[in-house]
Design a protein around this ligand. Structure first.
Ligand code: FES
Length: 367
């Protein structure tokens, strides 16, 4: 990461301000078990907050709660549709994940969580005249934003169609399986559900992962001759990269291919370098200096010092934790938001940033 002192990204200053949304305490009014390792939470929205929490299909909520004495924040996609006037998120338990384990195993109906207003650019906005055919690929809990899109498209655009290619290990681990099959059976001409299972042979479903061979086979057979207008993808990076290579041969263009990487901030951080770094943090005009492990994300280290940096999702998706590297070298575990130019200017998402040099200075005020 190059050093570049004092450069501000105007676009990002504006974006950051727009995204620094306030949070409200919302009550969980329903907790539905979806699979042995996932639940759906429904929130109660008071009338006076309906406008602040209006959302587009595909957006996410950032939830915060005190767990083991610390505030933990995580972002989860809304799985309900805007037209349903409900606010539901699907949470799959991640091994070792603080928030997802607490939400699955301990959270009780009636508890309130701090919930930030909806955010996210992976969206669809179908109008009543929309006659598009949407093609979505989802794997695992990548279904959550797609679930919202399916319901919004089918309920708001009577002439539109939706095809979903959905991959899981087994039917038991498949989120929203009943709803999807019911909808597909009720409106087979408008909603085509194509299922893949990687560990179980199931009648009517494909066996294996959604990989290059499987996708090409689909376009040569079941999807052959169909003109798709919008392509939505949510799942692991390998699946999305494969789709980005194949879809241009089937109508995919930069403007109609949309993706969201499935990524959990709760999964283990890749170890980069061992050792310590002296981190200086400029925040609200004050500089604090302390030692951190190089494999601890900078935002975590800053929060451990009881400083008050801006942040929201802790998952590299909201951009509220941006800072400017003014000295030293750093790398990001994941970056779907900052452009190459912004990275070259020295901007980083601190929740994804690992120190690579023995000294590092980051400035929240200049970003
Ligand atoms: S806190 Fe959301 S991108 Fe870092």
């Amino acid at each position: 990461m190059p050093v570049n002192k004092g450069i501000k990204s105007r676009e990002f200053v504006l974006l950051k301000k727009m995204l620094m949304t306030s949070a409200h305490s919302l009550k969980v009014i329903e907790k539905r078990v979806l699979t042995p390792s996932s639940v759906e939470l429904s929130f109660q929205l008071p009338q006076e907050l309906l406008k602040d929490y209006a959302f587009q299909a595909g957006q996410y909520l950032t939830l915060a709660h005190q767990i083991e004495g610390k505030e933990v924040r995580r972002s989860y996609s809304l799985c309900s549709a805007p037209c349903q006037n409900t606010w539901k998120v699907g949470i799959k338990k991640v091994e070792g994940g603080l928030f997802s384990t607490w939400a699955n195993d301990h959270l009780e109906v009636g508890e309130s969580l701090k919930v930030f207003a909806p955010e996210g650019k992976f969206v669809v906005n179908p109008t009543a005249n929309d006659s598009s055919h949407y093609l979505a690929f989802a794997a695992g809990s990548g279904i959550t934003p797609i679930m919202s899109m399916i319901q919004e498209v089918l309920d708001q655009a009577p002439k539109a169609k939706f095809t979903l290619v959905y991959g899981n290990q087994s039917p038991e681990e498949t989120m929203f399986l009943d709803e999807l099959e019911q909808r597909s059976n009720a409106e087979p001409e408008r909603f085509n559900l194509i299922q893949f299972y990687s560990r179980t042979q199931v009648d009517g479903a494909r066996f294996g992962r959604i990989d290059t061979g499987a996708i090409k086979h689909l376009f040569l057979n079941e999807l052959s001759g169909i003109q798709f207008d919008q392509f939505m993808m949510c799942g692991p990076e390998a699946m999305i990269q494969t789709l980005r290579e194949i879809l241009p041969d089937h109508g995919g263009q930069p403007e109609n291919m949309h993706d969201e990487l499935f990524f959990s901030s709760e999964t283990a951080v890749e170890q980069t370098q061992a050792g310590q770094c002296v981190l200086s943090v400029v925040l609200d005009g004050e500089t604090s200096t302390f030692n951190i492990d190089k494999n601890t994300p900078v935002l975590d280290a800053v929060l451990n010092q009881d400083l008050d940096p801006p942040y929201s999702c802790q998952g590299g998706v909201c951009s509220s934790c941006i800072a400017l590297v003014t000295e030293g070298q750093a790398t990001m575990i994941k970056n779907q938001i900052l452009t190459d130019n912004e990275v070259a200017e020295g901007l980083v998402l601190t929740c994804q940033t690992l120190a690579q040099s023995d000294q590092l200075t980051i400035d929240y005020d200049e970003a």
